[in-house]
Design a protein around this ligand. Structure first.
Ligand code: FMN
Length: 149
C-alpha cells in the first residue's frame, strides 16, 4: 500500500546552503533505494517582521518505508515543532521521480506568497482532513516548475 505523510517544521535558524545540501544528499540516496518519492521545500524570509523558516516535506512510498524514515526525521535536531499536515493511504504517487525534489522559497522576493504562509499551520492542515489538498497542490506546482533531475 502506498502511504503519504506531509509535515511542516521549523528550522532552528536560517540554514546555510551547505546544511541544506547535506540534508538533500542524504535524503536522495536513502529515498531512492527505499522507493520513497516526494518533495522538500524550505521557506525562509521576513514575514510580518518575524523571521520565518519552515520546512514542508511530502514523503510517499510503501507504508513501512515512509513511517520508518519519518520516525528518524522527527528526531532530527536540525528542525523542531514538527506538525503533520496530512497522512494516509494514497492510490497514486503525486511525485513520480524517486529523488526528493527541492525548492528554496525566499519570502523576501516572493511577496505574493506572504498571505499563504501567514495562514496558521492548522488552517493549512485543515484540521488533518486528508481531502484538503491546498498545501499538497502548492508543492506539486513547484515540482512541475523544477523537476528533480
Ligand atoms: C527537514 C529534513 C528532511 C529530511 N528528509 C529526509 C528524507 O527524506 N530521507 C532521509 O533519508 N533523510 C532525511 N532527513 C535526514 C534524517 O532526519 C536523518 O538524519 C537520516 O535519516 C539519518 O538518520 P540516522 O543517522 O539516525 O540513520 C531529513 C532531515 C531534515 C532535517
Amino acid at each position: 500500500m502506498l502511504y503519504l505523510i506531509m509535515y511542516m517544521s521549523t528550522a532552528c535558524e536560517a540554514l546555510p546552503q551547505k546544511e541544506l545540501d547535506a540534508i538533500l544528499a542524504e535524503s536522495r540516496s536513502w529515498n531512492k533505494s527505499h522507493k520513497i518519492s516526494g518533495f522538500l521545500a524550505y521557506v525562509e524570509g521576513n514575514l510580518k517582521d518575524k523571521n520565518y523558516c519552515q520546512f514542508i516535506q511530502v514523503l510517499e512510498g510503501p507504508e513501512a518505508e515512509v513511517t520508518h524514515i519519518f520516525q528518524k526525521i522527527k528526531k532530527d535536531r536540525r528542525h523542531m515543532h514538527l506538525t503533520v499536515i496530512k497522512e494516509g493511504a494514497i492510490l497514486n504517487r503525486n511525485f513520480d521521480a524517486w529523488e526528493m525534489g527541492f525548492e528554496k522559497i525566499d519570502l523576501n522576493t516572493n511577496f505574493d506568497l506572504h498571505e499563504f504562509f501567514d495562514l496558521d499551520t492548522k488552517t493549512l492542515a485543515d484540521h488533518g482532513n486528508i481531502n484538503n489538498n491546498m498545501l499538497l497542490d502548492f508543492m506539486k506546482a513547484f515540482n512541475k516548475i523544477t523537476p528533480s533531475s
